[in-house]
Design a protein around this ligand. Sequence first.
Ligand code: SF4
Length: 296
Amino acid sequence: MEDWELGDKWQDDEVFNQPKRLDDGKGLFLGLSTMALLIIISIILFIWYMIEPRLLEINHNLPTIIGIIIGIFIIAWVVEYLLIVLSAITERNLFPFRIKNGRWIAPLFALSLRIGRLFGISKDRISNSFVKVNNALVKSRKEGIDNEALLILLPRCLQNFKCKQRVVEDIDNCKDCGQCIITQFKSFRERYKFKINVVTGGNLARRIICRLKPSAILAVACERELVSGIEDIGFISVIGIANYRPEGPCKNTMVDMEEVEKTIKFLFNKKDIFVEEELADDKKHDRVRLFRAGRR
Ligand code: SF4
């Protein structure tokens, strides 16, 4: 399995021409992957058409047999693809079994990138859209997990660039100075009781996943790292949230904490924590009502 360090994917000339934040819908990747699928099917049919006379020379039944095999393969692939697309659009699992994440659709990713390039669409925009499709497929399962079974993986670049605290692998080393978003993740952990780690690359992420054995992962990173992670981890549900990069890649990056919290709540099946919060809110309102009544 390929190893990568955070930032590896940015060593090209695109680094300085990046928009600070990307927000593409699922349609971009689904459109490009549909084109990719049609191109691959056309190539397969063309090859079959070209070799058919040769097959006939070998045996007059061979073209029919191979034609049927190719036909079954293409129909199965198209049906599977349509189910993936419809599941992603409706966020309902239309498969008779559970799909873990967008890894199923990943084989079309490389060709989608090439087609996108022809239309002048950047790799990061397509990756952003791919991550949204992946998230929709994970959400389509509508299956909650226990709080402790969620692992949140954060990239080191979320930490303030000047901070000397070593938060990689131990977020508790953060001193909560409030200079970066790491402190907010710590307070979310107190509240929701998930596992969390700051990582420097694929190798460390894989080691942590093997050690902690989570049921689901919420990964924050740039689109390039998220795509690598989703392709790597096929056996666990992964929801990706792309960071935004006001100072460029790999430095003082940010993430939408509202989206992070919404995703955590979506993933958990122990709703008691939220019920307790609501009850606490209700009690607070009751106390206020009693206090006001007492003053009248
Ligand atoms: S919040 Fe924590 S990680 Fe961020 S700068 Fe302060 S001490 Fe460092």
